[in-house]
Design a protein around this ligand. Structure first.
Ligand SMILES: [Zn+2]
Length: 398
């Protein structure tokens, strides 16, 4: 076992454990061909530790050797109009702000390369995307002359990186050794004036809004803005900007190569973020318990009334929700990504079905995992002419 006993960002050994959940699927986003195989998936424990020194939260029970990202890893959100809208406007902002025209771009953890393609199209840039889960034979990977996808991790083997701009979205929270990861990028860049945009889930949102289903085994790190700024500064980057985005669910950070060890910009107060994180953690465990108990009660009532429920949202939130609560009233998980249809949920085995399946299934209740998507889901239900009771997960807590 290769478990994290010290803070993976600042090496402090004074971490404080505050939350545990055992036996979760190690991959929420791996699809299974049958319910039996899905239930037999590998599992791992989550033991969250708060580092009082840098403000990072990490899973001290995380074991990298359990994980291997492959081509059955399905994490694409681009089928959702709401998420697509966010990515499109982000790409336009980045192209404008950093004058990305005729430039060399790199994306680390590019998935299908949708975002990189957008950046390249918008500014007539050339892009290289790295991702071990890239499947170059996927049909919807239309030949894009500007973009090269490399089905591999980016690491020191690549020797050098010709990039004016590097994007890396929703990757860093999966990285067991973040300092080494950023140092490698720093070395591959060399002296070139490269700008970076990184995006990670926002721990403050997870804690404050009790977005408890975002706590998943694949994420060994949980960042709040202060911890992220410190990590970048300690890795030899100059932080240009940091902000909460996507209704505060994500943090975006922009950085450049710079000698300044301490990044100072605006009135950013890392200590305030640290204190706030500590405050949220103090109430988190009781809040988690309350939310868990409320859902258990809700499902017991549904089962008593023999109601049929479906969960809408086959991303990690939906999968974690099902694994933590194990509701027998839920036989199906809905998702708009056609590549997930017919597959089964890691750990609990429900089949993943398209929205049109609801016409046949006629559920009594639809549970929405993320309020951000409530509008588009409501519209789909209206289009399908069905009107089940809707419960939005995060509005359902006192
Ligand atoms: Zn630390």
């Amino acid at each position: 076992m290769n478990q994290m006993k010290i803070c993976p960002a600042c090496k402090s050994t004074s971490g404080e454990s505050f939350f545990e959940v055992e036996g979760m699927p190690i991959f929420c986003n791996v699809l299974w061909p049958s319910a039996e195989a899905a239930i037999r998936c590998r599992r791992g424990d989550i033991k969250l530790v708060f580092c009082p020194s840098c403000g990072l939260v990490y899973n001290s029970a995380f074991d990298l050797t359990l994980l291997e990202y492959g081509q059955d890893y399905e994490n694409s959100l681009h089928f959702s109009p709401r998420f697509q809208e966010f990515a499109t406007s982000l790409a336009a902002d980045l192209v404008k702000k950093h004058d990305l025209h005729g430039k060399q771009l790199v994306e680390i953890g590019c998935g299908d390369g949708d975002f990189l393609s957008m950046l390249c199209e918008l500014g007539e840039n050339t892009g290289t995307g790295f991702d071990p889960s890239v499947n170059p034979t996927k049909e919807d990977l239309s030949a894009n002359q500007r973009v090269t996808l490399v089905p591999d991790y980016l690491d020191a083997r690549h020797k050098h990186l010709d990039a004016d701009f590097i994007a890396c979205r929703h990757v860093l929270e999966h990285v067991e050794r973040p300092v080494q990861f950023l140092n490698t990028i720093r070395e591959l860049i060399g002296e070139r004036a490269t700008t970076l945009y990184f995006e990670v889930p926002n721990l403050l949102f997870t804690l404050r809004d009790m977005a408890i289903w975002d706590i998943i085994y694949e994420h060994c790190l949980y960042f709040q803005p202060g911890a992220l700024v410190r990590l970048f500064a300690d890795s030899g980057f100059r932080v240009l900007e940091i902000h909460e985005t996507f209704e505060r669910q994500f943090i975006g950070i922009e950085a450049a190569v710079g000698a300044a060890k301490q990044s100072v910009f605006g009135d950013f107060d890392a200590d305030a973020h640290l204190a706030q994180t500590r405050d949220y953690i103090a109430t988190f465990v009781a809040g988690y318990r309350a939310k868990f108990d409320k859902w258990r009660k809700t499902f017991a009532e549904m089962e008593r009334q023999r109601k049929k429920a479906v969960v809408w949202g086959g991303g990690s939130k939906g999968v974690t929700f099902l694994n933590v609560l194990e509701p027998s009233a839920v036989k199906y998980l809905l998702d708009i990504n056609p590549r997930k249809h017919g597959k089964h949920v890691a750990g609990t085995g429900q089949q993943i079905v398209p929205p049109s399946f609801l016409i046949e299934h006629q559920p009594d209740v639809v549970i929405i995992m993320n309020r951000v998507y409530e509008g588009e889901i409501q519209q789909t239900l209206t289009d399908l002419a069905i009107s089940p009771q809707i419960i939005v997960d995060d509005l359902n807590v006192d």
